[in-house]
Design a binder for this molecule. Structure first.
Ligand SMILES: C[S@@+](CC[C@H](N)C(=O)[O-])C[C@H]1O[C@@H](n2cnc3c(N)ncnc32)[C@H](O)[C@@H]1O
Length: 214
């Protein structure tokens, strides 16, 4: 197996992007009702937790972008960068609280990233914008999909320096998203059973940690 390396060091960067089809993008987020009035914001919050947090610490080479496509107003994306984020705590209410603070701000234009606090940016746009950004940054894009090619088959071959995994929330991707993903990504499966997104992220981390440690 080959893993891109530079100057003898593993520089692999992992990214995750999750699409919250009903997650509200603007207004007041009720921390006591993330699943209901938040539009399954709980799913996105758990994804942030699984992507970034170790037992004691943070995964510095990991990013996650959540896509909030629901509610009123334009869709919003929030990008958490493990290398730079500061003051974020792993409990779900705290993560949701940070998201809620951003949601009362006006949504920036598509593709215009505004830093809200260290390591946390927001921007307008949807999955198509994220995929374009990742393509420009030479990210190897993977759609996580139970019906895809077994994960091990692909990653026995090669892993690029920058790998980005796309997940949906509790809903399937829309036809439009699927069409885009078909053009820009490879579908990889973690097994025949559909599992929850945050579990899928944990498994990806485990598999890549294991491959890299070998
Ligand atoms: C709760 S699942 C979504 C289920 C949804 N009903 C669907 O049909 O897409 C959330 C996300 O986790 C990822 N996922 C779940 N099970 C997976 C599997 N076995 N292999 C790869 N990815 C998986 C997919 O990206 C999926 O969109």
């Amino acid at each position: 197996m080959s893993i891109c390396q530079c100057e003898g060091e593993h520089l692999q960067e992992r990214r995750f992007a999750i699409v919250g089809h009903r997650a509200i993008s603007n207004g007041k987020l009720n921390l006591n009702d993330l699943a209901g009035s938040g539009g399954r914001m709980d799913v996105l919050v758990r994804a942030v937790n699984s992507a970034l947090f170790l037992s004691h610490g943070i995964r510095e080479k990991t990013h996650i972008t959540i896509h909030m496509m629901g509610g009123e107003g334009p869709p919003r994306r929030i990008w958490f960068d493990g290398a730079k984020v500061w003051g974020l705590h792993p409990d779900e209410r705290a993560i949701a609280g940070q998201i809620g603070k951003i949601m009362v701000e006006p949504t920036p234009a598509r593709g215009n990233w505004i830093e809200h606090q260290p390591g946390i940016w927001h921007s307008g746009g949807d999955l198509s914008v994220t995929l374009n950004e990742w393509e420009k940054e030479d990210v190897q894009i993977v759609k996580l999909d139970a019906d895809g090619v077994p994960f091990s088959e692909q990653f026995n071959k090669s892993i690029d320096n920058k790998i980005g995994f796309i997940l949906s929330d509790d809903k399937p991707f829309t036809d439009e998203e699927n069409n885009l993903l078909e053009q820009k990504s490879k579908s990889l499966s973690l097994g025949k059973n559909w599992i929850q997104g945050h579990t899928a992220i944990g498994i990806v981390h485990h598999l890549l940690d294991t491959i890299i440690d070998q």
